[in-house]
Design a binder for this molecule. Structure first.
Ligand code: ADP
Length: 496
């Protein structure tokens, strides 16, 4: 029994022990679970905190992004406005029109609601543009500007600045003059320096102005100043052009009236010469006729002395007739009263005929004249009789002014474009440039030893010039004293 009891106690103790063990194990397990839960809770807490931080960061970033987006939108609309204004400004070259091209919409696209442009004018400042101000306000601004000598100080600074970047003292001064606390002001700098300023402002301060705002306004001010420069330049050029045009017109009028006068004087002279020459011909013919009758002894024998004088009368009358005829021809050529009988003319054969005709004179001085005209030289369109007179005059002069025996005369011709150029050169006495410039004038004769001995009228070359010009040709001379002269003239080619 005792054993049985002892056995039961043992069993109970064992069961108790087992129960205690089981409870301990359960407790231990719970404890472990609790620890695990605790660390999970701590982890979750930390995660939550981190999430909160991140949420805050996201909100902050979103706010910043929104701000940047706003800034960007503002900048883009400012740039569009700048592009629009620049385009408008480039379309005008009138100073007054430039300011009319800036609209209040453009200014508000810049992010401002008020704008002023003042420019230097007659020693002061004058308002060229304004938007957002009442008329009464402007007068107040002008007075305040003068009192504060704002422009003098601004000119010294000569830079773009805004209410955010300027010193608080000057900023306050500017706000006191113009009103708003948020502004950008930029100098207008033309090629000769600062000439005014552009002021943009806003009453409502949404965000502080940035360097970007200043930059945009500075660009607008530069474009404005450039447009003003261009307009000024254009006005200058335009004025000068007008002035020049007026001068040219006045000059042209003067010249045309001078030309009219000259033409009428020239016509009167030609008419006079023509009339006088004509009137002279009749009495000259009579003089010659009476002299011839007397010389022929038809009125009785005349003494030798009288005969000699009569022969002189005859000779001088001939010279006079010659001169009168030349004068008449010159007058007729000048007034276009001689009709040119134009025909294809071979220059070489024409020159050859004249050389033939002048051969006695050539022989008398023992000189040669060389005809150097290529066979293929084209014909000219000219009046044979008149061109023969040109050759006679030029060749007679050449013969007259070359030295005996060693004298050389050369006739050349060549085709130049639509004309044939003829050169008659000699190795004669020549002349200086001043004489060369004048020998085609009527009655002009060079003062040289040959002219002192040999008589002449100084009309031959005038006649020649008129004949060549009547053919639409030109004549000129190149000469050197004691070296010789080359007379050149051109005549139009005959069409083949
Ligand atoms: P004239 O022969 O009657 O004096 P011209 O009108 O033919 O008048 O010539 C004007 C002047 O031109 C001549 O007086 C002469 O001084 C100068 N002259 C013309 N041809 C020559 C020449 N070949 N060489 C030098 N002088 C010349």
């Amino acid at each position: 029994m005792e054993n049985f009891l002892n056995g039961n106690v043992n069993l109970t103790v064992l069961a108790c022990l087992l129960a205690a063990l089981a409870i301990t194990i359960v407790l231990l397990l719970k404890l472990r679970r609790l620890k695990e839960l605790k660390s999970t809770v701590a982890y979750l807490k930390q995660s939550l905190e981190e999430l909160d931080e991140q949420a805050k960061l996201i909100v902050r970033t979103d706010l910043e992004l929104n701000k940047t987006q706003e800034e960007l939108d503002k900048r883009i609309s400012g740039l569009y406005a700048l592009q629009r204004i620049s385009h408008e400004l480039s379309k005008t070259l009138q100073q007054s029109e430039i300011f009319r091209r800036i609209s209040s919409e453009d200014i508000s696209d810049f992010g401002f609601h008020k704008a002023l442009i003042f420019m230097e004018d007659k020693g002061g400042l004058s308002l060229k543009y304004q938007t957002g101000y009442l008329d009464g306000e402007i007068a107040g601004i002008e007075t305040k500007m003068e009192n504060e000598d704002f422009y003098g100080l601004f000119k010294i600074k000569n830079t773009t600045f805004s209410s955010s970047s300027v010193s608080s003292k000057f900023g306050k001064d500017i706000s006191a003059i113009f009103g708003p606390n948020s502004f950008v002001i930029s100098p207008l700098v033309k090629k000769d320096g600062v000439c005014g300023f552009l002021y943009l402002a806003s009453d409502s301060v949404q965000a502080p102005l940035t360097a970007g705002d200043e930059e945009l306004v500075a660009i607008l001010a530069t474009h404005l100043a450039q447009a003003l420069d261009n307009a000024e330049l254009f006005e200058e050029v335009y004025m000068q052009h007008q002035l020049l045009e007026k001068k040219v017109m006045a000059r042209t009028q003067e010249l045309s009236s001078a030309l009219e006068q000259l033409n009428s004087v020239s016509k009167r002279k030609t008419d006079f010469v023509s009339a006088v020459s004509h009137e002279l011909r009749t009495p000259l013919t009579s003089i010659k006729g009476y002299a011839a009758i007397l010389l022929a002894g038809k009125l009785g024998e005349i003494p030798k002395e009288v005969k000699e004088r009569l022969e002189k009368i005859n000779l001088h009358s001939d010279e006079l007739v010659h001169m009168v005829n030349d004068l008449l021809d010159i007058a007729r050529l000048e007034s276009g009263r001689i009709e040119m009988k134009l025909e294809p003319l071979n220059i070489a054969s024409c020159a050859e005929n004249i050389l033939d005709m002048l051969s006695p004179q050539l022989k008398e001085k023992t000189i040669t004249a060389k005809l150097d005209i290529p066979a293929q030289t084209v014909n000219v369109l000219a009046d044979r009789t008149q061109i023969s007179r040109v050759f006679i005059n030029l060749l007679s002069n050449a013969i007259k002014f070359v030295p005996e025996k060693s004298g050389e005369i050369r006739i050349q011709a060549s085709t130049i474009g639509e004309f044939v150029q003829v050169n008659i050169s000699d190795n004669g006495i020549g002349m200086n440039q001043n004489d060369a410039n004048r020998i085609f004038e009527e009655f002009y004769r060079v003062d040289n030893p040959i002219n002192q001995k040999v008589k002449g009228t100084g009309l031959g070359l005038t006649l020649v010039k008129n004949i060549v010009q009547a053919h639409k040709g030109k004549i000129w001379v190149e000469s050197q004293i004691n070296r010789g002269s080359t007379f050149s003239f051109t005549l139009p080619k005959a069409q083949i």
